[in-house]
Design a binder for this molecule. Structure first.
Ligand code: G3P
Length: 310
């Protein structure tokens, strides 16, 4: 887990400057205890996954991307649009992120307007960078330029594929409403390429070597840099806190939408790190009310309660 010392506490102040997620209506006597809770989104394009989560009050938004669309069965852009429209309608008025697939700025803006026209709850997902990985002739600032343009058109943007806090800063500067740091992919990457000399992202400066004690076995629990059964797997979560601190420093109201989750522990860590929104795959969300000891405890309570039936 992150150590308390690692977590910048500016996050708490930041939340209360934002719109309450659970406001208490004037008619209510009992105030809602968690007005400034982070929002939780489902990271999926599969409506059958979304339904039980929405009905259970677990989610208040959805994020999609082209890979999730393909996984949901879309075989063409028209097929993807159909799936998108169903999700947008089902979730309204809660936000649904739909990702651009065009790569030329004018076409991206045109596509963004088409997507935004699907519902007032649509947020357009724009890849922040990476354009030159597709074509060297593309402008490296394509994503940022499109974000700025969409802000001018009052279209909400979710800046995606973020792996360091400077990308997050520039996306916010361009007018993005949300930034999506992919903590799971970063943690996977660092786990696979765990060499001190490598510096793939600026979140690495948080890391220190964790060495097994002389003659002892490597301890993978309760060490500062271990989140989930492996060395340095919490690094993605540190990035979340880093972005929260940067935004807090400059009163940036762009929301930090932590994405690319691999397990429930990363959710807990993102809450510690001050994420504004967590977008989580459905299988992880389906387990949020459970724990092996909760199962055991429930069985015992139900068994003991049988005495009252007599
Ligand atoms: O929202 C972004 C997310 O879908 C990426 O997740 O699991 O492909 O790294 P993943």
């Amino acid at each position: 887990m992150l150590r308390p010392d690692d977590i910048h506490q500016g996050a708490g102040f930041r939340r209360v400057t934002m719109e309450a997620v659970n406001p208490t209506p004037d008619s209510k006597k009992l105030a809602h205890p968690a007005p400034f809770a982070p929002r939780i989104f489902a990271d999926t394009a599969t409506l059958s996954d979304i339904r039980p989560l929405k009905e259970g009050g677990i989610i208040n938004g959805v994020t999609t991307n082209p890979s999730l669309m393909k996984r949901a069965g879309a075989k063409s852009w028209n097929g993807a649009l159909k799936i998108m429209q169903e999700i947008v309608d089902y979730m309204a008025p809660a936000p649904v992120s739909l990702e651009l697939t065009e790569l030329q700025p004018e076409k991206m803006v045109e596509q963004a307007k088409r997507l935004a026209g699907m519902g007032t709850n649509v947020v357009v997902k724009v890849p922040t960078g990476g354009y030159q990985a597709i074509d060297k002739a593309l402008d490296p600032f394509t994503g940022l330029k499109v974000m700025r343009e969409l802000w001018k058109h009052d279209i909400k943007v979710n800046a995606t594929l973020i792996f360091n806090s400077t990308q997050a800063f520039w996306a916010a500067n361009a007018g993005a409403t949300y930034v999506s740091p992919f903590l799971g992919r970063l943690a996977d990457y660092l786990y696979k390429h765990d060499q001190p000399e490598r510096e793939p992202g600026n979140s690495l400066h948080f890391l220190e070597d964790h060495k097994a004690p002389e003659g002892g076995r490597d301890i993978t629990a309760n060490t500062p840099y271990v989140a989930n059964d492996g060395l340095r797997k919490d690094s993605g979560v540190r990035l979340i806190n880093e972005i929260v601190v940067v935004f807090n420093n400059y009163r940036i109201t762009t929301e930090v939408l932590a994405a690319s989750f691999r397990n429930a522990s990363q959710m807990a860590e993102c809450l510690l790190a001050g994420a504004d929104i967590l977008t989580v795959p459905a299988p992880i969300l389906m387990g949020v009310a459970d724990h092996p000891l909760t199962f055991e405890g429930m069985k015992a309570f139900v068994e003991d309660a049988k005495v009252f039936e007599k």
